[in-house]
Design a protein around this ligand. Structure first.
Ligand code: ATP
Ligand code: MG
Length: 138
């Protein structure tokens, strides 16, 4: 059955767990497997962490916009920040690429998100922000 939800939240780390649980609650109608739920939560954590630590350089008072759409075949999610943006999206998506080596980042966030989703795109403009869109089939 169709459902959709839009959510605007600020860039606090605590909000990651809240958003993960909200989306989890929304998916329950479709009886997802535990694996599906865990993969979805992992994607959300990686995506929102990127908005906070990269997009907003850990400032806690910035907006992140998210939209979740459920239909009979898939879950579609967009997550958008209005932060620094990404200079070279292709390079950023390469496994192990990170601009924060000194902060024990491994550069695997995009790789993990890609692995757990069925379709993923990243749009970014330097100085304007970044939008991630992904789909995960039931
Ligand atoms: N929302 C964003 N805004 C600005 N830059 C971003 C954003 N998301 C990702 N990036 C850039 O893309 C790079 C790769 O992101 P990715 O999530 O794959 O690795 P990481 O965040 O550096 O490390 P990890 O996710 O393993 O902790 C980041 O180092 C950063 O330079
Ligand atoms: Mg990351």
């Amino acid at each position: 059955m169709y459902n959709e939800m839009s959510l605007r939240f600020i860039s606090k780390r605590n909000n990651i767990i809240i958003v993960r649980n909200m989306v989890g609650a929304m998916l329950v109608d479709h009886n997802p497997t535990l694996t599906f739920l865990n993969e979805m939560k992992t994607i959300l954590s990686e995506a929102i962490t990127n908005c906070i630590v990269h997009g907003y350089q850990n400032q806690e008072d910035k907006y992140i916009d998210m939209k979740i759409v459920l239909d009979d075949t898939k879950v579609s999610v967009s997550i958008e920040d209005y932060g620094v943006g990404i200079e070279d999206v292709h390079q950023a998506r390469e496994p192990l690429f990170t601009t924060k080596q000194e902060e024990e980042r491994s550069g695997l966030g995009f790789t993990i998100m890609e692995m757990f989703s069925d379709y993923m795109e990243v749009e970014s403009t330097v100085g304007k922000g970044t939008r991630l869109y992904f789909e995960k089939n039931w």
